[in-house]
Write a protein that binds this ligand. Structure first.
Ligand code: PLP
Length: 360
């Protein structure tokens, strides 16, 4: 029986990529050892690393005046690296809060910078609020404006890029990078933990406009100093080499699939099928307004939560894995990143309909 893994992260990787990695595991490119056992300074690895960066640049159409960094420390590592690199002590930075992850970014940033909450989007006391941009409170001289276009826990996606923001836009794309085209030039900095749409956890990718580099605080850890990382091609210290290798395989796979626009079409098809199944039945519920619904993370509740454990257990028996919702939200969540094929969402929606017939 084939199984489908709906985990929010670390998430499933493309089956073709896993197979290739398995084939090359012990002997990579005739080196007589694994890619994880060779020096990051070797010509072979340097070539791999450069190729991965090149493929990512092509996939996202990243302009030459942006540095692409492969960093340690996952998504959260960047929650502190960003204020350290882009702001000085005592300066203000604007944060939009639209869910659990942007809230966490705020909590970390407060250690370094004077955080101003520009606006809060989401459910407050069970009521949906999405204030218009002209009501947001922006600081006079903000070092940057941070937001999270796709909130992984809440299943909330910003339907637009904030406009008329003077400060550089900084976006946490951890759970949506490469899932749809993004106009990189609109941003000062984009970052993403790898384990949702790129590769294994631990690695993060930072895409930063080079004119923003060189202003890191004096006490910024060297391994988080963007300018230093850029100067050393992300090899100031030993990078997460195996994760970088797998990321490179995923980029190649994406190019073979037809690139980001093709993935976007497929992702829309997958999300539509799932939301339709939820909306058509009184048995399932997703309360996020349609315009703000995520294409990647789909939380849903059963009308009768006493059936939650039966739902999860039976789903697992059908090979539908990791559907349990985030501990903060409860209910269910299906994460349907690039690596999830349409057949996986079809299997899930078939099961959901069947479950209603039997248990509803
Ligand atoms: C998963 C996630 C993170 C955190 O990533 P870690 O690698 O666990 O630090 C940050 N932001 C968003 C939006 C995420 O989905």
């Amino acid at each position: 029986m084939s199984s489908y893994n709906f985990c929010a992260g670390p998430a499933m990787l493309p089956a073709d990529v896993m197979k290739q990695a398995q084939q090359e595991f012990i002997d990579w490119q005739g080196q007589g050892c694994s890619v994880m056992e060779i020096s990051h300074r070797s010509a072979a690895f340097i070539e791999l690393a450069a190729q991965a960066e090149q493929d990512l640049r092509e996939l996202m159409t990243i302009p030459d005046d942006y540095a692409v960094l492969f960093c340690h420390g996952g998504g959260r590592g960047q929650f502190s690296a960003i204020p350290q690199n882009l702001s000085q002590s005592g300066q203000a930075a604007d944060y939009l809060v639209s869910g659990a992850w942007s809230k966490s970014a705020v909590d970390e940033a407060k250690k370094y910078v004077d955080v101003n909450i520009a606006a809060t989007i989401g459910f407050t006391d069970e009521e949906w609020k999405a204030p218009e941009q002209n009501t947001w409170s922006l600081s006079e001289n903000a070092a940057y404006f941070h937001y999270c276009p796709n909130e992984t826990v809440d299943g909330i996606k910003m339907p637009y890029i904030p406009q008329n923001i003077k400060a550089p836009l900084v976006a946490d794309l951890s759970s949506m990078i490469l899932s749809e085209p993004v106009d990189v030039e609109k941003f000062g900095l984009i970052y993403a933990g790898a384990q949702k749409n790129i590769g294994p956890s631990g690695l993060s990718v930072v895409i930063v406009r080079r004119d923003l580099l060189g202003n890191a605080r004096a006490n910024t850890p060297s391994i988080m100093d963007y300018q230093l990382l850029d100067k050393h091609d992300s090899m100031f210290n030993t990078p997460p080499t195996y994760a970088w290798y797998l990321a490179g395989l995923v980029f190649k796979w994406l190019k073979e699939q037809g690139g980001v626009e093709k993935m976007h079409q497929l992702n829309q098809q997958k999300a539509q099928l799932l939301y339709q199944t939820i909306d058509q039945s009184d048995f399932y519920n997703n309360r996020v307004p349609v315009e703000y619904r995520s294409l990647m993370n789909v939380p849903f509740q059963l009308a009768d939560s006493s059936l939650d454990s039966a739902f999860l257990q039976q789903a697992e028996q059908q090979g539908l894995l990791a559907l349990k919702g985030h501990r903060m939200v409860g209910g269910m969540r299906a994460s349907i990143y690039n690596a999830m094929p349409l057949s996986g969402v079809q299997a899930l929606t078939d099961f959901m309909q069947d479950f209603v017939r039997r248990m509803g």
